[in-house]
Design a protein around this ligand. Structure first.
Ligand code: FAD
Length: 383
């Protein structure tokens, strides 16, 4: 991949940079709790949307700019540089929208894509269950067809942003006789019904980013099946590939910023002369750079094949471990202050614990990298 910008890419970057210079988000609210912060992110998404910057990678016909993957990378890098908040509907923009573009009917695209883009309707991802996380195909949430609609019952867990969501990308079992990967169907569940109970789960950071969902006879019309009955596994894979590639790209930029902040803090404390700290910072810098280049390389796959490839798993794995190391080093550099509740470093340190679990655990990602990137024998074949 050629990393020098073409004229078109430079023009794209300059236009966005210009817009960001003139359009800063309001200051993050200090009162009103998590809901106020969420509304602030929603408001920011709306401003991006009004200016045509909510999802440049989306095709023009769906309200995007038809940006090429390299321009999309520039987009995330510039947002990172400007240190603006992440759009509220991040799961809709990066996961739900692209999944619908690939598998949705024309009616579904017409109905759902625009409110995802504007942030008017927030989306969440209802995949994981208490006994089905890494082994997603073991899920038990059941959907039974009654005429033109489905009745769904079961339990989901870890559902990020469900408390703010209108729609849930829900994978449920529709055939108990078929092999487990084949009996699944991908639905769009309307969260605004009594049959769906959302219970926030408070994390170690103090915030309730994710939730449990208790679903009892929730109704989903047949028209909200995405990609055919029994094809849920393939549709879910599209969502997961987009999750690892799309989020991975945005997160490695955030990692770079965090490391830059840490280098500055270490400098302010005269610690860049400390060999142990300087060594660790240098190694983290090298890791950050290699993750950045790998993320760019992943774009080549997306550009060539139209879909993100399994390399996204490599980026996600290395990002999560490096992010944990950066926050741990921050605690060593800053000392007790980094551990006091309410500081930004304590938040980063505690939040990083989940990085090696969310979006695929490190062990599972290593399996994917071994089998699908390196072409090593599958575990079963080896046994
Ligand atoms: C912050 C956060 C946000 C999340 N948001 C969402 C969300 O919005 N929607 C959603 O559906 N889910 C979400 N998740 C759930 C996440 O995807 C799951 O936690 C993850 O898939 C792991 O599943 P599990 O917790 O059931 O662990 P398990 O799958 O039970 O794994 C337990 C342990 O066994 C290991 N293991 C499992 N299988 C293998 C294997 N084949 N080889 C080697 N080791 C293995 C795992 O690595 C892990 O260490 C979120 C999680 C976090 C932490």
């Amino acid at each position: 991949m050629d990393l020098t910008f073409s004229e078109q890419e430079t023009a794209f970057r300059d236009e966005l940079r210009g817009w960001l210079a003139e359009n800063q988000p309001d200051p993050k609210p200090t009162e009103g709790g998590e809901d106020a912060v969420y509304r602030w992110r929603q408001d920011w998404q709306r401003r991006l949307y009004d200016a045509g910057w909510a999802a440049p990678a989306w095709p023009v016909e769906y309200g995007g700019r038809g940006a090429r993957p390299s321009e999309s990378a520039i987009y995330f890098e510039e947002l990172g540089r400007a240190r603006v908040p992440m759009a509220a509907n991040v799961l809709g923009l990066l996961l739900g929208g692209p999944t619908l573009m690939m598998w949705g009917t024309p009616e579904q695209k017409e109905r759902f894509l625009a409110p995802i883009l504007s942030g008017e309707e927030i989306w969440c991802q209802g995949f994981s269950e208490p006994d089905a996380g890494s082994d997603l195909a073991a899920l038990k949430t059941r959907a039974v067809r009654h005429g033109d609609e489905w009745l769904v019952s079961g339990q989901k867990v870890w559902t990020s942003a469900a408390q703010h969501s209108k729609w849930c990308m829900l994978v449920a079992r529709t055939d108990t006789e078929a092999p487990k990967h084949k009996g699944l169907t991908y639905f769009l569940l309307d969260m605004e019904q009594d049959a769906v109970q959302v219970r926030p789960l408070r994390q170690i950071t103090g915030e309730a980013e994710f939730n449990e969902l208790f679903i009892e006879d929730a109704r989903i019309p047949q028209e909200n099946v995405v990609g055919d009955v029994g094809n849920g596994w393939n549709v879910a894979l599209t969502t997961l590939m987009n999750e690892r590639a799309g989020l991975g790209f945005a997160l490695q930029i955030r990692l770079r910023q965090l490391l830059d902040d840490l280098i500055e803090t270490a400098g302010d404390r005269g610690l860049l002369e400390d060999r142990l700290i300087a060594d660790e910072l240098a190694e983290l810098h090298v890791r950050c750079e290699s993750i950045r280049l790998m993320a760019w390389k992943g774009l080549t796959h997306a550009e060539r094949y139209g879909q993100p490839g399994p390399e996204g798993s490599l980026v996600k794995w290395l990002w999560s471990e490096t992010n944990q190391r950066v926050t741990q080093l921050a605690a060593d550099i800053i000392g007790p202050e980094a551990l006091s509740s309410g500081t930004s470093w304590s938040y980063e340190l505690l939040r990083a614990r989940g990085n090696t679990i969310e979006g695929g655990t490190t062990e599972v990602l290593k399996n994917i990298v071994a089998e699908r990137v390196l072409g090593l024998p599958r575990l079963k074949a080896a046994a």
